[in-house]
Unconditional design. Structure first.
Length: 206
């Protein structure tokens, strides 16, 4: 399974926003927020550059890739799938990304980050409709039930989140304790990240 293994704060600083790669409230997250507007590199603070249309489109694509923690080959595959959708290509792309199992686990607040969610899934801690699924990129469907294996509830990272009686989850999902349900498929208005999907469409249309 290909994944980025380099410094996460560097990615966030390159895009100038919190990409959700660090656990909120952690020391690493606090440190990131203090330096989020300083570009990485020796001359990051001094570097000023006029951005071309291509550069702006590229940065938007990179930002979306990094938010969901996927690499170029898989992202392009998702985009190609979205172009075959009868509706809006940008909305279809975002919907596909939201339906990834690792993202859903993160949205259900059953994992502090998408990367942690990916690890929990890969290690077999998650059940989908009662069956073990170890593929983070699995696309969920409406009506599916996500649960954490009973033996895994004692893990500190899971135990703390499960004990939250009022978790904040989007409207297309529902959660009670260690149980999550896909109420419906996500829509564009359910995605709160600051993403301009039209720029991504323009990038791949060049």
């Amino acid at each position: 399974m290909a994944r980025y293994t380099g410094p996460k704060n560097r990615l966030a600083r390159r895009e100038g926003i919190d990409l959700g790669l660090k656990t909120v409230g952690s020391r690493a997250h606090t440190s990131l927020l203090k330096r989020i507007k300083i570009r990485p590199g020796q001359h990051g603070q001094k570097l000023k550059r006029k951005h071309s249309d291509y550069s702006i489109q590229l940065r938007e694509k990179q930002k979306l890739k990094r938010i969901y923690g996927i690499l170029e080959r898989q992202f392009k595959k998702y985009f190609d799938t979205a172009t075959r959708d009868v509706g809006n290509t940008g909305e279809a792309l975002l919907t596909i990304l939201e339906r990834r199992l690792d993202n859903v686990l993160f949205r259900l607040n059953l994992a502090p980050t998408r990367m942690c969610a990916r690890q929990l899934i890969s290690h077999g801690h998650i059940l989908l409709d009662g069956k073990k699924v170890n593929i983070p990129s699995y696309l969920v469907k409406e009506g599916m039930m996500i649960t954490i294996k009973p033996k895994s509830l004692s893990l500190p990272v899971i135990k703390k989140l499960v004990e939250d009686k009022n978790p904040s989850v989007p409207n297309w999902l529902a959660r009670k304790g260690p149980f999550g349900n896909i109420v419906r498929l996500p829509k564009r208005e359910d995605i709160q990240e600051d993403i301009n999907e039209q720029l991504i469409i323009e990038f791949y249309s060049r």
